[in-house]
Write a protein that binds this ligand. Structure first.
Ligand SMILES: CC(=O)SCCNC(=O)CCNC(=O)[C@H](O)C(C)(C)COP(=O)(O)OP(=O)(O)OC[C@H]1O[C@@H](n2cnc3c(N)ncnc32)[C@H](O)[C@@H]1OP(=O)(O)O
Ligand SMILES: O=C([O-])CC(=O)C(=O)O
Length: 377
């Protein structure tokens, strides 16, 4: 690189692009706070609805605020018939993330609200997406298994209602709690790729649905949210705990990326993993099933082998992928579950971006041919 060539930060690695008051990853202590509260404490003592409120409003709700918020979310859940019928006509081979991306776009096209881009209008759209995306994910889950959709139940909280809509029954409270922990841990993570995507779209003064549609697309990739699904495929490919180390050596020799390991920001362990792993371990113990015990042993064996070979730690997708499998969700649903959670963080960032907006437009260094004459007449 010559003195006149600007320094290039491929992948924007290490580049600070803006300020945020929503969350912070403290690399030195491997910790994460939402609006100042440690995520572990939130996961231990609060519901996902309270965390959504916190991310959007900056403070935890009081009892009256929480009741009003929960009532509004429950009332907004039902999908209108046109949306439900349109989504049911998508090809059955459609990946659930494509269904969800289409659903966000469709809900945007059907939203009669005047798009003044105000914080209040965006807050209303965010709450509507928060309430309705689970209905889309559950209906699509059932469709893949040849079953009719189940209507949301307004007497149930967010997490319980989702199990009701997917399976027509509520699991053990331990399973619901583990799911809720995963939603809280997945909710927000500063300027990750999908959130940054949402901020880029918002920075052009486009609308909230466009920003969220783009964010769903960014999350789908296996280097980001798609890794929780990829973890399960990888465990299936390995098959047996005794094969983990050998499989890993071969995969690393082929320069494959091991799904659910590594992180752009955390270099000595993802702050969210210990809590998610503990919750997953409780699901394993509760199952008391030899197949589940073997799968958990394989999961642990790969983690140990990766630590020994490369010193690379798991990220949240590693325990979450296994947990979602144990909860009974089919593998293609895993990344949509991440969307159901991250919709809170994305929309908080969209609001924040608009509060002090600047068009996001970086530069690139041109390396193509020099200026030349067009051939021919
Ligand atoms: C919720 C989330 O979105 S968390 C991320 C989920 N994604 C995954 O789990 C996919 C697998 N992981 C990865 O591909 C990477 O760790 C990423 C994309 C998450 C982060 O990547 P980066 O910050 O760009 O780190 P980078 O790729 O430079 O890694 C540094 C070194 O560690 C290696 N490395 C990092 N992660 C992995 C991995 N999962 N498997 C194998 N090697 C890895 C890289 O090959 C690189 O080695 P090198 O210096 O010899 O070339
Ligand atoms: O922060 C990142 O780059 C990815 C991540 O863990 C997340 O989005 O939760």
């Amino acid at each position: 690189m010559t003195a006149t060539t600007p320094e290039i930060h491929r992948g924007l690695s290490g580049v600070v692009v803006d300020t945020t008051a929503i969350s912070t990853v403290i690399q030195e202590t491997n910790s994460l706070t939402y609006r100042g509260y440690p995520v572990q404490e939130l996961a231990a003592r609060r519901t996902f609805e309270e965390v959504a409120y916190l991310l959007w409003h900056g403070e935890l709700p009081g009892p009256a605020e929480l009741s009003a918020f929960e009532a509004a979310e429950r009332a907004l859940r039902p999908l209108d018939r046109t949306t439900a019928e349109f989504l049911a006509r998508l090809p059955e081979t459609c990946h659930p993330m494509d269904v969800l991306r289409t659903a966000v776009s469709l809900l945007g096209a059907e939203d009669p609200a005047e798009d003044d881009g105000s914080a209040a209008a965006n807050r209303a759209k965010s709450l509507a997406l928060f309430a309705r995306l689970p209905v889309v994910v559950a209906a699509d889950h059932r469709r893949r298994h040849g079953r009719a959709p189940i209507r949301p139940d307004a007497s149930l909280g967010y997490a319980e209602n989702f199990f009701h809509m997917c399976f027509g029954a509520l699991p053990d409270p331990e399973v619901v709690r583990c799911f809720e922990i995963s939603l809280i841990l997945y909710a927000e993570h500063s300027f990750n790729a999908s959130t940054f995507t949402a901020r880029v779209v918002t920075s052009t003064l486009s609308d909230l649905y466009s920003a969220v549609t783009a964010a769903v697309g960014a999350l789908k990739g296996s280097l980001h949210g798609g890794a929780n699904e990829a973890v399960m495929h990888m465990l299936e490919e390995i098959g047996e705990p005794g094969r983990a180390a050998r499989w890993l050596d071969d995969a690393l020799a082929e320069k494959r990326k091991i799904m659910g390991f590594g992180h752009r920001v955390y270099k000595s362990g993802d702050s969210r993993v210990p809590l998610m792993q503990e919750a997953t371990d409780r699901l394993v113990a509760r199952a008391a099933d030899p197949g589940v015990t073997r799968l958990a042993a394989l999961h642990a064996a790969l983690r140990r082998a990766m630590a020994t070979r490369r010193g690379i730690h798991p990220n949240l997708d590693y325990p979450a992928g296994l947990a979602y499998h144990l909860m009974g969700f089919d593998t293609p649903t895993f990344t949509p579950l991440f969307v159901m959670s991250r919709i809170t963080g994305w929309t908080a960032h969209i609001t924040e971006q608009l509060e002090h907006n600047a068009l996001i437009r970086p530069l690139g260094v041109y390396i193509g041919p020099g200026q030349r004459a067009l051939p021919g007449p």
